[in-house]
Design a protein around this ligand. Structure first.
Ligand code: NAP
Length: 266
């Protein structure tokens, strides 16, 4: 299954609120769910997959392997545990959540296990998240061109990550923009509000439309039905090339996800 360009993020969501969020999203037409081992919510995602009327093969499911699971012999059992929690026998996409902090585990060790997980059928595609250009180059050297299908990275109008985006596009690595609303910061951005006013949409929808127009997948999270519906409707918003260029001027390096173990960013 091809990754739908609009997915549902699940970071910070657990229990009843997550069940309600996912069920509402599926009813609205979302067919792409983004979770991660570290979110500690794979069981709830599994509960929704088990009870929804939407067949498993119509939902694109991504999980991310946490850095504690990288050592030799650990990653595949760890992915199998994720699959058990998710109540499915395959993932559509398994990502390395972050590069190993301080290269504690050599990249070849965890990437080769990830590639093996794919050859075992545990996941249809593999990829990485939060990799710099140098790390992407190293990953391509290890697994060969074409093996890394996706990179998931923070991108929104206030942090455009151009070097990483250009490198991925040149290599044919699909990009998923996470925190596409800068966790709410784009909502009050005057230029986005102004462009939104012209199109009769919100600043959030303009931010998503701007990312989508660049061929990226977006995975906003929302607990509210109206926001989920609005985000889906952003698929229909068409920005002019002038508006695209104006939004590009909003770059100001506003990184929302920057833990102390993050690599030195490009
Ligand atoms: N790979 C990684 O390292 C990584 C890191 C961070 C995030 N992610 C993924 O990216 C997903 C999205 O990131 P995020 O949840 O942190 O941030 P986000 O999607 O940029 O922002 C979510 C916030 O925006 C609000 N919102 C959503 N749609 C809206 C709309 N149409 N109008 C107004 N407000 C709206 C939500 O509030 P309501 O609930 O009230 O709608 C929520 O507070 C995560 O859930 C996760 O799956 C990945």
């Amino acid at each position: 299954m091809k990754m739908p360009a609009m997915g549902l993020g699940t970071f910070r969501l657990k229990g009843e609120p997550l069940l309600a969020t996912l069920n509402t999203g599926l009813a609205l037409g979302y067919r792409h769910i983004d979770t991660a081992q570290i979110y500690d919510n794979e069981s709830e995602v599994g509960e929704v997959l088990a009870t929804t009327a939407v067949p498993r093969n119509e939902i694109y499911l991504t999980t991310k392997v946490w850095t504690s699971e990288f050592a030799e012999g650990k990653l595949i059992p760890s992915l199998k545990t994720s699959l058990e929690k998710l109540g499915t026998d395959y993932l559509d996409l398994a990502l390395i959540h972050w590069p190993s902090p301080n290269d504690e585990v050599p990249m070849a060790v965890y990437l080769e296990q990830l590639a093996e997980a794919k050859s075992l059928g545990l996941t249809r595609e593999i990829g990485v998240s939060n990799f710099t250009v140098a790390q992407l180059k190293e990953a391509i050297e290890i697994l060969g061109p074409g093996a890394i299908a996706h990179q998931q990275v923070e991108i929104h109008p206030l942090l455009q990550n151009r070097k990483v985006v250009e490198f991925c596009q040149a290599q044919g690595i699909a990009i998923t923009a996470y925190m596409p609303l800068a966790y709410g910061k784009v909502l009050s951005e005057p230029l986005l509000m102004e462009i939104g006013k012209y199109h009769k949409v919100s600043a959030a929808q303009v931010s998503l439309a701007w990312l989508l127009a660049q061929g990226m997948t977006v995975i906003p999270s929302s607990t509210k039905r109206e926001n989920q519906a609005a985000n889906l409707a952003a698929l229909e918003v068409s920005l002019s090339s002038e508006e695209m260029a104006q939004i590009a001027t909003l770059e100001r390096g506003e990184r929302c996800a920057d833990p102390d173990f993050a690599p030195a960013w490009d």
